[in-house]
Ligand binder design. Structure first.
Ligand code: PMV
Length: 317
């Protein structure tokens, strides 16, 4: 009989962005980042350790096992065959951080099924090797992913930021197509060809430092403007790559302009985007309705999210 464990993880949205790798094989970041783990979107993953054969099902469909297999091999080179079933209640690979929740849930479930007993920091480091941003979904609320100094990368992982600050993130889905260029390929293209690359790497640690201070002071205006600066700077490295990398759609710009208009009228709302066309808007709980009304006409769907818990085991059904 296989050992079975099931875990749930939520995606996280970077406030100060991760874009670029200083070590591709270990998946070590070129820049530090800060994120917020959000509720309502979730990945649920069941791992059967010691199954008949290696197999992966994503949302009920068989999928290639190689990336997941390589990830599990890092836990145990001599592992038995594993059967993985994973479901997302939100669009996969559309710039909504599905790989973050996927590898965080897989790490927690596989750790339990294999009785490996890795602690949170080690789980976060391991999840990072599956997908960089996954190291942040091991933790709830605000999370800091530091660069790390050790050559093996084991000290480059998520760390929870001690802050009980109740913010809201609205996610405006404007397009559900799978992204044309993966984050890894996009990052490599930006770092090899964008003339803005060095400035991006030089600036990001300062934005992280200021963002940590803004979180400690619960200063939404400072945090929001830093988030927009980091976002636009990241997209500038994408747009200035060769060939250019553009994840935006016309509706992306319409949502961005609405939020700018709201701010001019005194509402504290700020945008971020990832490797996809969706826009995420950060605001205080009291402004959720006004923000929702303003952006909904330009989106296919708008959802509202609160800070969520980190990845965790759940009882199997
Ligand atoms: O974790 P990856 O390889 O999917 O990269 C995520 C990159 C961004 O979402 C664009 C930014 C971030 O910090 O999450």
């Amino acid at each position: 009989m296989p050992n079975v464990a099931t875990a749930i993880a939520h995606p996280n949205i970077a406030l100060i962005k991760y874009w670029g790798k200083r070590d591709l094989s270990r998946n070590l970041p070129a820049v530090p980042s800060v994120s917020l783990t959000i509720d309502r979107f979730e990945t649920r993953t069941r791992v059967a350790w010691g199954a008949e054969r290696d197999e992966l099902h994503i949302n009920g469909r068989a999928a290639p096992f190689s990336r997941v297999g390589a990830f599990l091999d890092k836990l145990d080179r001599g592992r038995p065959p594993c059967a993985i079933e994973t479901t997302n209640n939100f669009p996969t690979a559309a710039g909504l951080a599905s790989s973050a929740s996927a590898f965080a849930a897989l790490a927690v479930a596989a750790n339990a099924a294999a009785e490996a007993r890795l602690d949170r920091a080690a789980l976060s480091s391991w999840a990072r090797t599956g997908s960089g941003s996954a190291c942040r979904s091991l933790f709830g609320g605000f999370v800091h992913w530091n660069l790390g100094e050790l050559p093996d990368g084991s000290d480059s992982h998520g760390r929870p930021i001690d802050a009980s600050w109740d913010l809201r993130l609205l996610v405006a889905v404007v397009d559900t197509a799978t992204k044309p260029v993966s984050s890894t390929d996009g990052m490599l293209r930006s770092q090899r060809t964008s003339p803005y690359w060095d400035a991006w790497v030089a600036q990001s640690p300062h934005w992280v430092e200021h963002a940590l201070a803004a979180i400690a002071q619960q200063d939404l205006c400072t945090l929001g403007s830093l988030m927009e600066r980091s976002t636009y700077a990241m997209h500038a490295t994408m747009h200035s790559s060769n060939p250019p990398l553009n994840y935006w759609k016309p509706a992306t710009l319409r949502v961005l302009s609405e939020v700018e208009r709201l701010r001019q009228s005194g509402v504290q709302a700020w945008c971020t985007m990832d490797a996809g066309p969706q826009v995420k808007v950060l605001c205080a709980p009291c402004d959720v309705d006004v923000v929702h009304r303003a952006i909904a006409p330009h989106a296919l769907e708008v959802s509202q999210h609160r800070p969520a818990e980190g990845a965790r085991l759940v009882d199997a059904d």
